[in-house]
Ligand binder design. Structure first.
Ligand code: ATP
Ligand code: MG
Length: 463
């Protein structure tokens, strides 16, 4: 409703995608943002800084989202006060950050991130500012703690829609880069020259895709054009930063659409090279497995259920495993050690690109190990597996594999039933398993092929 109201409001459109030195100003009656929609802590940070004589605004994602009638994830403040000056104003403020310093003002569990206005430093300027800002040979900004004016701050932001400033005191919006125009037209547009802005910070390519998926916006054509060619620049980005970005990409509730865009723009292969390879040599299964895993994630998020990055990463990488296991087996390694080594190597390689922390790599290995163990059900094995804390994840993963068409001879259905039935029925299910020619109790072929339950409800098809 608010959105409609906002859309019906018209104002002259200025051309160009550079930030202007004087902003378009939208007064109280010209936009739909209500003070009541804003965190009272964010308002109090802004007002406190203003009372102390500094400029301060709400900025970025929160203003953009409020204009689109989306509940903001968090509220960011931009101010003319330096981090030290901000800290001096608040009792519960902490200066954080390496790439650039920020202040976190804590109010119970809510944090208001407060950043000092910063300037873009044009290429060639390094000499004077070398202790504050620097770039590498490809133009990437390594540090940027050069403080600037409000106008500078608008210019250095990534997209026009992220360069809107809201002053809760006057309830006015300052628009330096035609962000309001792009919000109305559902466009993600970089401020300034796209190639240069991606070179400065290649992560902006991922951010373009993330916002396009989240907001259901198009990437404006000049901002979209260089992405495919520049995608390899992501290799220069520290693996820890990429891990954070990957979580934001896949845990925002629009993972399937995000994945499509990442593949289309040639970004997916930069993040998950082994999975991109698997997409080439086993396209249908790989694409279906990844898609189903992401779809489940989106559904869980929509239902407010927790999601674990380990499960998702296990799924993204799984299709890259078989070829590696096979290679090791061809060199004479037995299946289980081959699987172990392939899993170890794959995760190690992946961590060179995206620094997946140990607290996630361990469960990835456990989910994969579980895939080896789920077929072995004889004697007490099945009951022991049921007690394993990773059983649920392992079982869900098995259903995911089946949903992508992997042939497991009804193993998922067997486990679904086993969890449901009484003790005596369990004993008979175990007795039914043929252990004649397979001492490990691996699954035998079933005569009937019962309709399988799949993780996504889709029918499984043979690989
Ligand atoms: P959300 O929080 O919903 O993901 P956001 O726009 O608030 O979206 P943040 O990552 O929180 O995104 O960044 C806050 C603001 O900082 C952005 O709106 C943008 O103005 C600026 N910003 C963030 N990352 C970059 C970047 N890599 N280059 C330029 N500006 C950036
Ligand atoms: Mg934000």
């Amino acid at each position: 409703m608010l959105k409609k109201l906002f859309k019906s409001f018209r104002k002259p459109i200025r051309r160009g995608n550079h930030a202007h030195s004087s902003p378009e100003v939208l007064g109280r009656s010209q936009h739909p943002i209500e003070r009541g929609e804003i965190s009272r802590y964010a308002i109090s940070v802004v007002e406190r800084l203003q009372q102390a004589g500094y400029q301060a605004y709400l900025v970025g994602g929160c203003v953009r989202d409020l204009l689109l009638d989306i509940e903001p994830k968090d509220f960011d403040v931009a101010t003319s006060a330096t981090p030290e000056q901000v800290r001096a104003e608040f009792r519960n403020a902490r200066v954080i950050g390496r790439r650039f310093k920020l202040v976190h003002v804590h109010f119970g569990r809510e944090i208001i991130e407060t950043a000092t206005f910063r300037a873009n430093h044009p290429q060639g300027d390094e000499e004077e500012n070398s202790n504050l800002a620097s770039r590498n040979e490809s133009g990437r900004i390594l540090r940027d703690n050069v403080y600037g004016t409000l106008e500078d701050d608008a210019q250095r932001r990534d997209f026009t829609i992220n360069a809107l400033y809201y002053d809760p005191s006057s309830e006015r919006i300052l628009d330096y880069a035609n962000g309001v125009h792009d919000i109305r037209n559902h466009l993600i547009r970089l401020i300034g020259d796209p190639t240069q802005r991606y070179q400065e910070d290649p992560v902006r390519m991922l951010r373009a895709v993330r916002f396009a998926a989240k907001l259901d916006f198009d990437i404006e054509k000049h901002s979209a054009a260089p992405i495919y060619k520049l995608a390899p620049l992501l290799r220069e980005i520290p693996a820890a930063r990429l891990f954070d970005e990957v979580l934001k990409l896949f845990l925002a509730g629009y993972a399937v659409y995000t994945y499509d865009l990442l593949v289309d723009y040639g970004l997916f292969g930069q993040l998950f090279p082994a999975s991109a390879e698997a997409l080439k040599y086993n396209p249908e299964y790989t694409d279906q497995l990844i898609r189903n895993a992401l779809h489940n994630t989106d559904e869980r998020i929509a239902q407010g259920k927790p999601v674990t990055p380990a499960f998702l990463l296990a799924a993204l990488l799984w299709p890259a495993l078989p070829a590696r296991v096979l290679k090791l087996q061809e060199r004479g390694m037995p299946p289980i050690p081959a699987m172990q080594e392939a899993a170890h190597d794959l995760i190690h390689e992946q961590c060179q690109r995206i620094a997946v922390p140990k607290r996630f790599t361990m469960p990835i290995r456990e989910i994969w190990d579980m895939q080896e163990r789920l077929p072995r059900r004889s004697g007490k094995r099945a009951d022991l597996l049921l007690e394993n804390p990773r059983f649920r994840a392992g079982y869900d993963f098995l259903l995911l594999r089946e949903s992508a068409g992997e042939q497991t001879h009804g193993l998922g259905e067997w486990w679904t039933r086993y969890q449901d039935v009484s003790d005596s029925e369990r004993r008979s299910m175990i007795r039914d398993l043929s252990s004649k020619d397979d001492s490990a109790g691996a699954p035998r072929k079933r005569k009937r092929s019962p309709k399988r339950k799949s993780a996504t409800g889709s029918n499984s098809a043979g690989e």
